[in-house]
Ligand binder design. Structure first.
Ligand code: PEP
Ligand code: MG
Length: 324
């Protein structure tokens, strides 16, 4: 599939109206990194660090992790990599951690909630990341943040990791960006101060959508029931874009929908300028973005909303078909 898009691999994802969309890839294993060159991605927008924890039968040691993170940065050859701290719980259970019995795991003890309640692992991971960066820029984001205090506490852990490394005399990152994933509707309504405190936000559309529609992403009975291009959801996302524009917060979108061409086009039309997706999606998404005018598509989205359409999909598909 990558061969099919080889002719546009080194071209920008620039729309007919002149908007440049940053296309990044999602990764989680060292084996994913060669795709960074092959796909034409501008960097890794989401590195899911839990995969390293899930493929072992014991807790990895700090030295192993920092070696691995350093190799990931080496392989990226200066392109940006955004590491997401451990996102476990819910559907991702570590074989060597005591399982919890929760009635609603998706709404339960997971991700940053575990990170803050059992800070040992998070501290080790942050230190491994800082040590791996050593003189290079570092970008880290925390999953599943639902309120300001969680982000503040996580960032304080990052400050402590930096301080520890400084005392040990190790070289610090040349630049540090600490962001949050926006995966719970509560963050869409967080105070402006939150938007200013984070260095960036990344919308985790898979989780955000399941909470927006109250439809479990793992439950076959309901997971396909609500369309991402549902007018209510797009309006909600557009409001987040507007808030980020107002506060000057860099925003990206890293859920699976970023890699679906029709969805990606609509996300760009409502103002997203950075999308992170599986490597094989970069070509198809870039190809469609290069043929469309976002102003036209944006107008269609608003007309669909005004008509009272449930989903923008039929109107968007009509428009996109005309561009192929
Ligand atoms: C998401 O929720 O959209 C996301 C990118 O994180 P994950 O799919 O790993 O939960
Ligand atoms: Mg998520």
């Amino acid at each position: 599939a990558q061969e099919r898009y080889a002719s546009i691999r080194d071209k920008p994802a620039e729309t007919l109206c002149g908007a440049r969309i940053g296309l990044m890839m999602n990764a989680g294993l060292m084996a994913d990194l060669p795709s960074l060159v092959g796909s034409g991605a501008e960097g890794v927008g989401l590195f899911r660090t839990e995969l390293q924890f899930l493929i072992r039968n014991h807790m990895p040691k700090r030295a192993e992790l920092s070696d691995l993170y350093a190799r990931v940065m080496d392989a990226a050859q200066g392109k940006q990599v955004t590491f997401r701290t451990l996102d476990i719980g819910s559907d991702k259970v570590l074989p060597y951690m005591k399982a919890t019995d929760e009635p609603n795991p998706a709404l339960g003890w997971r991700a940053i909630r575990i990170g803050l309640d059992r800070p040992g692992v998070m501290r080790m991971q942050l230190q491994a990341l800082v040590r791996a960066a050593a003189g290079r820029p570092l970008s880290v984001m925390f999953p599943f943040v639902a309120q300001l205090e969680e982000f503040a506490a996580a960032r304080a852990e990052m400050d402590k990791a930096l301080e520890r490394e400084r005392i040990l005399g190790h070289p610090l990152p040349s630049d540090l960006k600490v962001g949050a994933m926006l995966e719970t509707p509560s963050l869409a309504y967080a105070p402006d101060s939150f938007y200013r405190d984070v260095d960036f936000l990344s919308i985790g559309g898979n989780d955000l959508k399941q909470f927006f529609f109250a439809a479990d992403r793992e439950n076959e009975l309901v997971r396909r029931r609500y369309d991402t291009l549902n007018v209510s959801f797009l309006t909600f996302l557009e409001n987040i874009v507007k808030r980020c524009e107002k506060t000057g917060t860099p925003l990206s979108f890293c859920g699976e929908d970023a890699g679906r061409p029709v969805e990606a086009a609509c996300l760009a039309a409502i103002g997203l300028r950075s999308l992170s997706m599986r490597p094989a999606s970069i070509g198809p998404v870039k190809s469609i973005l290069r043929r469309i005018d976002l102003t036209e598509l944006h107008a269609l989205i608003h007309e669909a909303a005004e008509r009272g359409d449930q989903s923008v999909r039929p109107a968007a598909m009509d428009y996109l078909r005309g561009k192929l």
